[in-house]
Design a protein around this ligand. Structure first.
Ligand code: PLP
Length: 367
């Protein structure tokens, strides 16, 4: 038998993750200078990273020979979410903590539930652990909580929920979520992925971490990749009951978060000015892009994140025309939405470049 036929069938069943096209790759492929390229494909922060985080990274450069000490970040996070440090699990990006949860609760003979059009890392983590994946059809492109509840089987150990969801931007209200938690058997873990939490208007945002006391089966995950602008450093975290956090920390590689990421995240958490600026830019940019999309006659899914998904029709062709003009957006065929494109909200200038490229693509399609 060939060597790779000996690999685990659940691993062979995984579809490779398709990241947004890197700027340097488009530059190589099309000969477009890097500075002419606008990347709105990976929900990164168009303002860059928090200036406070930058200073902290520079300071941390002098001690890279030492293994990381995560005390300060955990301490800062504990204050931030008003929970004890023993509730926190740090990850190399929040994708890492999603994987840790899967490794603690999933295995062959068990199943996990997720929604159609939900974040790609849930199938990845589930299948890596050898568990069966139950995909529940979406309702209006968002999670159908009632159907997800009905899909729970005797072997179901975990339910993945993204709120807001990527790539659809859909949002479940807090009363809906709470009712779902109440109805879910207490021996099934509910993962609530809040990567875009900070983009929810503060007055509409509920403090889901306070729910941990009532629901010991809840795990909330958040990230520094989005509003804090640290995607390249890879740092995120989970908030869970002390018992679950302890189990996740047992399977975690001891030094999964590096010195620079820890220092940057600690400083970024404290940079309220940067977060407020990022939030405001996202609000105005969302309006700019949605207005433009409507102007061109595209329908879009109202989004609660830092991106918006619109129905492009022949998305592959439109994407190609945008790429030729140096504008990178995200095709989401892999999410079961082959006619749609997802665009990240950029700076005003980047958004303008995107809309201009869209205009060119529509009016001069032969280019
Ligand atoms: C971007 C994103 C994350 C964050 O991933 P990191 O590993 O923290 O960079 C998590 N969940 C969803 C739904 C996302 O879109």
């Amino acid at each position: 038998m060939a060597l790779c036929d000996q690999s685990l069938p659940n691993v062979r069943a995984i579809s490779p993750y398709l990241p947004g096209k890197p700027i340097t790759q488009l530059a190589r492929e099309m000969g477009i200078p890097v500075e002419r390229i606008v990347k709105l494909a990976s929900n990164e922060n168009p303002l860059g990273m928090s200036p406070k985080a930058k200073v902290a990274v520079e300071k941390a450069l002098v001690s890279l020979e030492r293994y990381p000490d995560d005390f300060e970040l955990k301490h800062a996070l504990a204050n931030h979410v008003a929970l004890g440090m023993e509730h926190i699990v740090l990850g190399n990006g929040s994708n890492d903590v999603l994987d840790l949860i899967a490794r603690v609760f999933l295995s062959p003979g068990r199943s996990a539930i997720f929604s159609q059009h939900a974040f790609a890392v849930y199938p990845l983590a589930t299948l890596s652990a050898g568990a069966e994946l139950i995909q529940v059809p979406a309702k209006d492109y968002g999670h159908d909580l009632e159907a997800m509840g009905n899909a729970i089987r005797i072997d179901t150990r975990l339910i993945w929920i993204a709120n807001p969801n990527n790539p659809t931007g859909t949002f479940l209200t807090y009363p809906q979520l709470k009712a779902f938690l109440r109805a879910t058997p207490p021996d099934v873990v509910v993962v609530l992925d809040e990567a875009y939490n900070e983009y929810i208007p503060p007055l509409e945002r509920a403090d889901t971490t306070a729910w941990l006391a009532e629901f010991p089966n809840l795990v909330v995950t958040r990230t520094f990749s989005k509003i804090y602008g640290l995607a390249g450093l890879r740092i995120g975290y989970a908030l869970a009951s002390v018992a679950i956090a302890d189990l996740m920390n047992r399977v975690r590689q001891p030094f999964n978060c590096n010195n620079l990421a820890l220092a940057a995240a600690t400083a970024a958490l404290d940079d309220h000015e940067f977060v407020a600026r990022s939030y405001a830019l996202n609000r105005s940019g969302m309006e700019q892009i949605v207005t433009g999309l409507k102007h061109f006659g595209f329908s879009h899914l109202p989004s609660h994140g830092n991106f918006v998904t619109f129905k492009a029709g022949d998305a592959a062709a439109l994407n190609q025309r945008l790429l030729k003009q140096g504008v990178i957006v995200r095709p989401i065929g892999g999410y079961g939405m082959p006619e749609w494109l997802r665009v990240t909200i950029g700076t005003e200038t980047e958004n303008f470049r995107f809309l201009e490229a869209l205009d060119n693509a529509l009016t001069r399609p032969q280019q």
